[in-house]
Write a protein that binds this ligand. Structure first.
Ligand code: BES
Ligand code: ZN
Length: 615
């Protein structure tokens, strides 16, 4: 009898499961305007990369073998941009191949003829120096050790196609393996299981056996060393900063545990960090199993590690459940910001998380203001057709996404919301979904949540910030404002003692709130008291420089120039170059940029070129 029940149970389970895959959730059928691939006709399921990194010519070359599934199409299309395609084979037979027209944003579709029986294709190619925008080749003089050059890739949003041919859509997932050859003495690492020691011949093997979208495939090589932080967490960095990095990120295992307690087991095995040179264009990038991170968050006091919580959270939101197209980017980032702040709250308490949320709110209001002329860019659901996704992906997805999720949380209560999010990660694991899929799911799973009352339509398909946004109020910040006002009114610095206990977030708030027309002598007093111009904290430094430029406080000039030449993180570069432009210092900005540009990644030069060179 028991056996029969068990049998019925299994059958029921199976039918439920198959219903799920036939469900209305349709990420795969959502149209991705940023890829030439036609995944409903023929799709890549697995890739074997066999590549050599040639630092002399600054190219990557070799072959990729694809296992494909053909649904009856006479051709399969891969995305390529800035690549030299040398040969294509289908089931080991050389075939002629062709390309679509060139699109300045998307690149080209590489069209490969196949038959119903085709199961394997091979492409031999090389990247082209100066055209493969994912890659940043760093001269050995620009590294800390100065013995070996350095390379990293950045795939998101649509740059993976510039370093290997792939179906480069977040709606298409494949497993991959790789054999990578680098010069002897260097270590290569990928978004996969990684070596911890240098090999004798410079050859390394990798495998990622969970299906991932192409934008999450990443590679880096250089003089790298590894230090474990727990049995599943560790740091890779240039040997010169390995210790420092390991200290800064020593809470990472605790973050993984906090994340697991919130939204279920960490699914990817190891969680390692790779500290890149300061030219890395982002704060962090959630490459699976190996987050890529800027060294500019190493402040010496762990004060900027919420960024690690953020990239870690992407292991669930983004890497396990992925946005189907870049129009649905808020599903990746809004959930991740929400998750990040929950991790920080669990580890460091509510006042700490409130500071992060209020800084986020300020960013959101500022971004909505900046997008006043293109209000559609403030919708959660974006329309990036015919645009470079890199341009349209703003703080809106992060912060408006976060505040939308706070509305749901507050309407149904945290406990229910957490159950919902847990289930969401489970139900959509290793799938890519659209905003509409999410809304249908939300309606089904939380029927008590009223779309109308909570203005869901406005949040998702409307501009600006709906009136039912949750107000965040950091009591720490109210205190900071009190102290600031005393200083502004009568140079009262009697709060000096207390600032020993301030975190960098309080400082950030303090400097952000300085009026733009503050008198130079007051900036001088602040600087000589708190030494901002020499701060080790790059967030503080960047906002301080910005204020200094607008207030014409020229004592920062030397440090500002050094910063702009060393740091390639776009988030810091944009406001600083903009401030120089706004204060009639364009020529100076251009001069600095001329020197700095060589060291920046294409993601950053694309933005700064548009600001400075293409008036
Ligand atoms: N996935 C993003 C970085 C990204 C976004 C790259 C869009 C390319 C296109 C990453 O998770 C991220 O959001 N990084 C932020 C830091 C975060 C704490 C807000 C960054 O780099 O500043
Ligand atoms: Zn993110």
């Amino acid at each position: 009898m028991q056996k029969l029940y068990f049998f019925i149970f299994i059958i029921l389970g199976l039918t439920m499961f198959s219903c799920k895959t036939e469900s209305p959730f349709s990420g795969l059928t959502a149209t991705d305007y940023h890829s030439f691939a036609e995944p409903n006709k023929a799709v890549v399921k697995h890739m074997d990369l066999n590549l050599e990194v040639n630092f002399d010519e600054k190219i990557i070359l070799g072959t990729v073998n694809y296992r494909i599934k053909n649904f009856g199409s006479p051709q399969i299309i891969l995305d390529v941009k800035g690549l030299n395609i040398k040969k294509v084979e289908v089931d080991k037979q050389k075939v002629p191949f062709s390309f679509t027209d060139i699109d300045p944003i998307k690149g080209q579709g590489l069209i490969i003829p196949i038959t119903d029986k085709s199961s394997q294709i091979l492409v031999e190619y090389s990247t082209i120096y100066g055209q493969s925008d994912a890659l940043l080749w760093i001269e050995k003089e620009q590294t800390l050790g100065k013995k070996y050059p350095f390379l990293f890739t950045q795939g998101q949003a649509i740059l993976s196609r510039t370093w290997f041919p792939c179906q480069d859509s977040p709606g298409i997932r494949a497993t991959y393996k790789a054999k990578i050859k680098v010069p002897k003495g260097m270590l290569a690492v990928m978004s996969a299981n990684n070596p911890t020691e240098v090999s004798a011949d410079g050859v390394y093997f990798f495998s990622m056996l969970k299906p991932v979208p192409a934008y999450l495939i990443a590679l880096s090589a250089g003089e790298l060393a590894f230090k474990p932080l727990s049995n599943r967490v560790g740091v890779y960095a240039e040997p010169e900063i390995l210790e420092e990095a390991a200290n800064e990120f020593s809470d990472t295992e605790l973050m993984v545990q906090a994340a697991e307690a919130l939204y279920g087991d960490y699914a990817w095995g190891r969680y390692d960090l790779l500290v890149l040179p300061p030219s890395f264009p982002f704060g962090g990038m959630e490459n699976p199993m190996l987050t890529f991170v800027t060294p500019t968050i190493i402040a010496g006091d762990k004060s900027l590690t919420s960024l690690i919580a953020h990239e870690l959270a992407h292991s669930w939101s983004g890497n396990t459940v992925t946005n189907a197209t870049w129009n649905d980017f808020w599903l990746n980032e809004g959930f991740t910001v929400y998750f990040e702040r929950r991790i920080m709250e669990k580890l460091y308490g509510k006042p700490y998380a409130d500071m992060l949320a209020e800084l986020g709110y300020q960013d959101l209001i500022k971004t909505i203001g900046e997008l006043a002329n293109t209000p559609k860019d403030t919708h959660l659901k974006l329309n990036l057709k015919d645009r470079d996704p890199d341009e349209g992906l703003t703080d809106i997805a992060y912060e408006k996404g976060y505040f939308f999720l706070r509305v749901i949380e507050s309407a149904v209560g945290r406990e229910k919301f957490d159950q919902f999010v847990n289930q969401y990660f489970e139900d959509f694991a290793y799938r890519s979904i659209s905003t509409e899929d999410f809304l249908i799911y939300l309606k089904n799973e939380l029927p008590e949540f009223s779309f109308e009352k909570n203005k869901v339509n406005e949040w998702v398909y409307g501009a600006g910030l709906p009136v039912n946004a949750i107000i965040v109020n950091s009591s720490n910040f109210r205190n900071v404002e009190k102290k600031l006002s005393g200083f502004l009114k009568h140079n009262d610095l009697s709060f000096i003692e207390e600032t020993q206990k301030w975190s960098s977030h309080e400082w950030l708030h303090f400097i952000r709130k300085l009026p733009f027309d503050i008198q130079v002598n007051q900036l001088e007093i602040l600087d000589s008291t708190f030494n901002f111009t020499a701060s080790r904290n790059n967030e503080i430094l960047a906002i301080w420089f910005e204020k200094a430029i607008y207030a014409d406080y020229r004592k920062v000039d030397k440090a500002l120039e050094t910063f702009l030449i060393k740091v390639g993180r776009r988030k810091f570069l944009i406001p600083l170059y903009q401030a120089l432009i706004d204060t009639d210092r364009v020529e100076e900005a251009k001069k600095i940029y001329k020197e700095a540009r060589k060291g920046y990644h294409a993601v950053s030069t694309a933005t700064i070129d548009a600001m400075l060179l293409e008036e």
